[in-house]
Design a protein around this ligand. Structure first.
Ligand code: FAD
Length: 397
């Protein structure tokens, strides 16, 4: 059995001997934010993260106004981490490119830097962070004190206990807790950091560039260190038709979107091959609650086209912390969480389904070029609603 009690016990902590108040599985944004909030409130928290070191993960790395607000509230200094300012979106489809100023200030920062900073913040707040610790299974198990509790079994054969358990494993389902397929689950996600030529780096500065191509869509934006993040989603059958080859996919995207081809022409990839993820259950919203607190992508999965998955993850953490600290249940939290984000998830899913369909792709680029204001409306409809933010004590005003 691994000792779960953090090195520094806070006054007022309700620790049951050998078990932490909160057992958090997964150290991405949702897990890191929750661990910080609970540890700051005086709870004993143990967080288990399977990756031993800071790591890259498939993500567009676009931080919306809401995500920035949640991160600032946690004490994360985004400019100090090198986050880049994003003021406009360029939408490219076939030969057309439409540029629209974003209705809100946004940033971009690599997940490697962001997630690492958040885990450091959680540790600073008093949470015990166990990196390189993969959880194999999670089960309800009464504690020695006969209270309800949970036990996480680790890949190394040990186990960790907690009075309450929070599932924040993101895209990865834990055995016994698999999510259903969602509304759109035939997309494969790829990500590659690139070093563009100096001229193309200058042209990209301040922009997120969305390119719609046959069977998918891609986002390109600057991240810290003078790099650009290329992140894209493609339908499984389109990728199969391209022989499942990354180079063929890049060529096909470039043929459909000359502006993207020009931007990444001659770019140096930062890794030997792209990161990839499949079977993403886009459109999934966990509506039913039980004794397990589900956060982030385990609570809801918003399509990447709208780029607000990180603020949903951060919202879930803030909401769960508030419900837990006031002594409410995981069931009540999960119900509130579903109500808060169901509309943005539904809107973004409809948009994502349309954008990989030939007719929908045409309609989106027609709408964006004729009615640029529509992009602000879409941006508003696919974000965490202001009322939900206010419920957690934050205000965009
Ligand atoms: C292609 C793509 C592009 C996206 N672009 C954007 C974007 O631009 N902006 C945006 O806001 N959102 C975007 N998102 C969504 C965003 O990445 C997610 O919504 C967000 O990362 C969810 O955070 P999380 O904490 O739930 O999960 P994650 O960030 O995935 O963290 C989960 C953590 O759990 C760990 N873990 C998993 N299994 C175990 C285990 N068994 N034991 C211990 N640890 C485990 C993992 O190592 C990981 O660190 C995108 C998603 C995709 C797929």
């Amino acid at each position: 059995m691994v000792d779960t009690v953090p090195p520094v016990r806070r006054a007022g902590s309700r620790v049951t001997r050998g078990a932490a108040d909160a057992l958090v599985v997964g150290g991405g944004l949702a897990g890191g934010a929750l661990a910080t909030a609970l540890a700051e409130a005086g709870c004993s928290v143990v967080l288990l993260e399977r990756e031993a070191d800071p790591h890259n993960k498939v993500c567009g790395e676009f931080l919306s106004r809401e995500a920035i607000l949640y991160l600032e509230a946690l004490g994360i200094d985004l400019p100090a981490l090198g986050a880049c300012h994003i003021h406009s979106v360029r939408l490219a489809s076939a030969g057309d490119v439409v540029t629209v100023r974003l209705p809100f200030p946004a940033l971009s920062l690599s997940r490697r830097a962001l997630d690492h900073a958040l885990l450091n913040r959680a540790a600073e707040a008093g949470a015990e962070i166990k990196r390189g610790t993969r959880v194999q299974s999670l089960e309800p198990r009464p504690l020695e004190s006969c209270q309800d509790g949970w036990e996480a079994r680790l890949a190394v054969g040990e186990s960790v206990r907690g009075r309450a358990a929070f599932l924040a494993t993101g895209k990865h389902d834990l055995r016994g807790f698999a999510r259903p397929a969602g509304w759109q689950s035939d997309l494969i996600g790829f990500k590659m950091h690139l070093r563009l030529s100096p001229a193309q780096t200058a042209l990209l500065a301040g922009h997120v560039e969305l390119s719609l191509f046959r069977g998918g869509y891609a986002g390109l934006e600057p991240v810290e260190g003078g790099l650009a993040n290329l992140c894209l989603l493609v339908r499984r059958k389109r990728y199969a038709a391209l022989g499942q080859q990354w180079a063929a996919l890049l060529d096909a995207m470039g043929a459909d979107c000359p502006s993207l081809a020009e931007r990444i022409h001659g770019a140096q990839p930062c890794w030997g091959r792209p990161l990839a993820i499949s079977s993403i259950p886009y459109g999934y919203v966990r509506r039913r609650g039980d004794a397990l607190w589900r956060l982030g992508d385990q609570a809801a999965v918003i399509p990447s086209f709208a780029g607000d998955g990180m603020s949903i993850a951060l919202h879930s953490a803030r909401l769960a912390a508030a419900y837990f600290l006031k002594g409410s249940t995981a069931i009540a939290y999960q119900r509130r969480m579903a109500r808060d984000i169901i509309m943005p998830v539904r809107c973004a899913t409809a948009l994502s389904i349309a954008s990989v369909h030939p007719l929908g792709r045409g309609l989106i680029s027609w709408g964006a070029s004729r009615l640029p204001g529509i992009m602000s409306l879409v941006a508003g409809a696919t974000r965490v609603p202001a009322a939900a933010l206010r419920r957690t004590g934050l205000d965009l005003a």
